[in-house]
Ligand binder design. Structure first.
Ligand code: BGC
Length: 751
């Protein structure tokens, strides 16, 4: 089932059908509009309104007609969108169409895997085509702007929004953010199938203390520039149309009022010309943060910091005119914001056609989206354990397969977070996927009502089903609502009585395959030894069940790799592969466990290292990890040079062999270490990856081009900072995960 989602098909705008208008639509010049608009209209363009619970047309039409809102959010009835656009074009003072925003995060009606699952594909192509399909479905109802991708680096699995992220790594997040932007926006924003993307949340939102959503952050200047900002830079370089500010604060300044970052870094340094939108209500929240005393001050702070558009709240509409009269905000600030907003509307072609696309193409769009959802789900599945080659199950040898668990037949829960418009009726559950392939051989038991249930009353039937079968597929994890915004968890074990269920099923002595559906890395130490095989499926989306069935039954070989470290215990968090070495890095010979400490042992600092006494110092599964049904061997690492000048590019190549008897795909990963620099640098950093398909027995040399640009890092000077390329010896590693030891060294000289 491989086919690109080609969205280049011709669409028939429904302008004539939906807006019975004779007004010829022409695109005015921004300059002419700005000089003709009243101040109230200009400020109106800076306001993004939501209809709340009411009828969107009834609620929003008066303001649209008056020209006091320029954008709307959460209106997805195509008739309502069309009517509001008609009013904007025909009845508002200057006929300016509306931006129509919606959180189209990982699909619209057809749902792709959650972004963290998409990241596990390590495949920009899948991410791009998923976004393309989502844009096509969303533009059918008139949405022209999405609030994605979220590119917050996420190193804390307690944080509920890790589900929306591309994980912990900078390079992977940069590549996938850029791909998602390209998917949503296409080559031309004015294409009726394109929507404007939004890089969010600028910046540092993922560093919320203790993973508690919205909590404050503590990010050093080095981390900000080397870790949190680069994905935004990558999005800007890919032409992202908009950027959303973060709810969090950064070194004392809430992101929504952070002029040094918005006007400074984003606009002046990077040359971003698109719009900046606040997050929902984040302007009045400047007062809750304690940066402003009231809405008036909050509006002034956000406008001056460079926030062009206010989402959901109304402080701009209520206070900017007075602030201008009082000389607190200049007309230049307002005109610049309005110029950017109008330019986006022009770029989107809205002055020509702001209306929803032709509904007759819906079936076509959905069909393409479902293929893309399947391809993406398939590559997102990470095989974490497979003792005694339990997987793949042999369909012909199986007489009876027990499919058990609260998430086994849950078309809705498998979609994950942020699926406002997702259609659970399109989902294929794991049970359905398996039953299609093993008709009449599946015995299904739910065992627990939900992933959180503690009631064991369903265990008996589940154990009987397991006992009657040749093998058990246990589909467990987290319901969709346990991750996402404001859904952080302090305990990231499998919730409810699921671990007890796993242990009980284990007692039947049948081979047990766990399939875990979740919005984050869960701590699996308390159950991993109770199963023979484990597939981590994230929330895999509409086509998840089909993809999972294909992998379990051997019609496809798993190839996903972890985009995030799996800790053994929540107390290890944050735990990420690209950490600093510290002066006392742990190693097996240096760690001591709690039970090994003699009673009344005297305190000493000799031989100590950075670890916890009560848990192994390594993660349960490292970043980049993922097994296959075949084996890949790496050897003959070679470098094109041992010495490089500052403008040179190094070719790093390795021989990879599929030594098993099945075809498979491997994600080959390239890491770099800068062991000595003028500031301490991470133990390793990902600098390249390639997905390589190899037939059984095939051997291939895979080459990476490593530019010296990739060796640069940001160093703060106390008064600002600079990107530096420092000469010295570097180590390079290539392999199938972040712990690979196949390495070589080269030297970078300064000339
Ligand atoms: C979230 C944003 C989202 C916005 C609009 C906020 O609460 O933080 O990511 O785009 O709501 O729904």
């Amino acid at each position: 089932m491989k086919q690109d989602c080609d969205t280049s098909m011709t669409q028939t705008p429904t302008q004539a059908a939906t807006a019975e208008s004779n007004t010829p639509l022409t695109t005015p010049s921004v300059k002419a509009l700005i000089s003709a608009m009243s101040l109230a209209e200009k400020i109106g363009q800076m306001s993004l309104a939501q209809p709340g619970e009411g009828d969107p047309v009834a609620v929003l039409a008066p303001q649209v007609r008056a020209g006091t809102i320029g954008a709307i959010i959460n209106v997805v009835d195509p008739k309502a969108v069309a009517e509001l656009q008609r009013i904007a074009i025909e009845e508002s003072p200057h006929g300016i169409p509306l931006l129509v925003g919606r959180d189209v995060i990982h699909g619209f009606q057809t749902i792709m895997p959650i972004p963290l699952g998409q990241a596990a594909t390590w495949n920009p192509k899948r991410v791009r085509e998923g976004a393309k399909c989502a844009a096509e479905e969303a533009s059918l109802v008139g949405v022209n702007w999405t609030y994605a991708p979220m590119m917050d680096i996420a190193r804390d699995p307690r944080w509920g929004r890790i589900a929306e992220s591309f994980g912990e790594d900078v390079y992977l997040s940069c590549e996938l953010s850029a791909a998602m932007v390209q998917g949503f926006q296409g080559n031309d924003l004015a294409n009726p199938n394109s929507v404007a993307a939004c890089a969010k949340h600028f910046v540092g939102y993922g560093a919320a203390e203790s993973g508690r959503d919205y909590a404050t952050t503590n990010i050093s200047t080095h981390e900000l520039h080397n870790v949190y900002l680069p994905p935004f830079k990558a999005a800007v370089d890919s032409g992202v149309a908009s950027v959303m500010t973060s709810f969090s604060d950064l070194d004392g300044i809430p992101a929504t009022a952070h002029g040094a970052l918005i006007n400074g870094v984003l606009r002046d340094e990077w040359g971003f010309e698109g719009i900046v939108v606040s997050d929902w209500n984040s302007i009045p929240e400047l007062s809750t943060h304690g940066l402003s005393a009231n809405d008036h001050e909050a509006a002034v702070a956000a406008a001056k910091a460079g926030v062009d558009l206010e989402m959901a709240s109304e402080t701009y509409n209520q206070h900017l005119a007075n602030a201008m009269a009082a000389g607190e905000v200049s007309i230049e600030v307002i005109d610049q914001a309005v110029t950017r907003l109008l330019q986006l509307k022009i770029d989107l072609g809205l002055f020509q056609n702001p209306y929803p696309n032709d509904q007759t193409s819906q079936a076509n769009a959905q069909e393409k989206a479902q293929r893309a959802a399947y391809d993406c789900a398939l590559e997102s599945l990470v095989l974490l354990k497979n003792d005694h080659a339990t997987l793949p199950l042999n369909p012909t040898a199986i007489e009876r397969l027990a499919v058990i668990g609260p998430l086994a037949d849950e078309g809705y829960e498998q979609l994950g977070t942020w699926i406002f418009d997702g259609d659970a009726d399109l989902s294929i559950s794991v049970r359905q996927g398996i039953e299609t392939q093993l008709p009449k051989k599946v015995v299904y038991e739910r065992a627990l009502e939900t992933s959180r249930s503690r009631d064991h009353s369903g265990f008996e039937a589940a154990l009987a089903a397991a006992a009657s079968a040749d093998a058990v597929v246990l589909v467990i994890g987290e319901e969709a609502i346990l991750s996402g915004e404001a859904h952080s968890r302090a305990n990231i074990d499998l919730p409810g009585a699921q671990v007890e269920l796993v242990k009980a099923i284990r007692q039947t002595g049948k081979p047990v395959v766990a399939v875990v559906l979740a919005g984050r890395p869960l701590t699996l130490s308390n159950m991993i030894n109770e199963v023979d095989a484990l597939v981590y499926a994230w929330h895999p989306g509409t086509a998840g069940g089909q993809a999972i069935a294909d992998v379990l039954l051997g019609h496809a070989t798993p190839s996903g790799k972890l985009p995030v470290t799996f800790p053994r215990h929540v107390g290890q968090v944050p735990m990420y592969y690209n950490a600093k070495n510290s002066g006392k890095p742990p190693s097996p010979e240096l760690v001591t466990y709690i039970d090994d400490i003699p009673v009344k042992a005297p305190q000493t600092s000799l031989g100590m290292s950075a670890f916890h006494l009560d848990v192994e110092h390594t993660p349960l599964f490292p970043f980049g990890y993922g097994l296959s049904y075949t084996h890949f061997n790496y050897d003959k690492l070679s470098l094109s040079a041992k010495r490089l000048g500052p403008d040179d590019t190094l070719t790093v190549s390795v021989e990879i062999t599929n030594s098993g008897d099945r075809a498979g795909e491997e994600v080959v990963q390239l890491y770099v270490r800068d062991p000595v620099a003028s500031i301490t640098r991470p133990i390793r950093e990902l600098k390249g990856f390639q997905r390589v398909a190899l037939a059984a027995g095939e051997r291939r040399r895979v080459a990476f081009e490593l530019s010296t640009q990739a060796l640069r890092f940001y160093r703060s000077t106390g008064h600002g900072g600079e990107w530096r390329l420092e000469p010295g010896v570097f180590a390079v590693y290539v392999g199938g995960d972040s712990t690979t030891t196949l390495g070589a060294r080269f030297e970078l000289s300064d000339q």
